[in-house]
Design a protein. Structure first.
Length: 117
């Protein structure tokens, strides 16, 4: 889908790319979920890599006065969820992403941006 990212989405994607996250995509949930408008999903190779990706996203958010509503799963480093309101970021260890397969679960929603595929 050809659609421009909003500022928060672009910040999250750029921050994840800076930390070498891979298989980055954004799912448009506006017509499917009351919880949020968009999911960003990306992967890291290890617990430390997942945490570094999350740290990069959080650092950029705080610098731009976008305080996250919640961060869950950080200490485990397998699946970290960062709630930014209209955007919920899921940072997975690559094997956990295959296991939980959110892309399949939300397979009928539009993909706005896919990077590293």
């Amino acid at each position: 889908m050809k659609e421009h990212l909003n500022a928060l989405q672009q910040l999250a994607v750029d921050s994840a790319e800076d930390k070498k996250a891979f298989d980055i995509l954004i799912l448009d949930l506006r017509n499917r979920s009351d919880l949020t408008d968009f999911f960003m999903i990306c992967s890291g190779n290890s617990k430390v890599h997942v945490q570094a990706i999350v740290d990069g996203i959080l650092d950029k958010c705080y610098q731009n006065r976008n305080k996250p509503l919640a961060v869950e799963g950080y200490s485990g480093g397998i699946w970290v969820v960062v709630d930014l309101g209209d955007l919920i970021v899921h940072v997975f260890h690559k094997e956990a992403r295959l296991h939980y397969d959110l892309e399949r679960l939300w397979g009928d929603v539009p993909v706005i941006k896919a990077v590293g595929q």
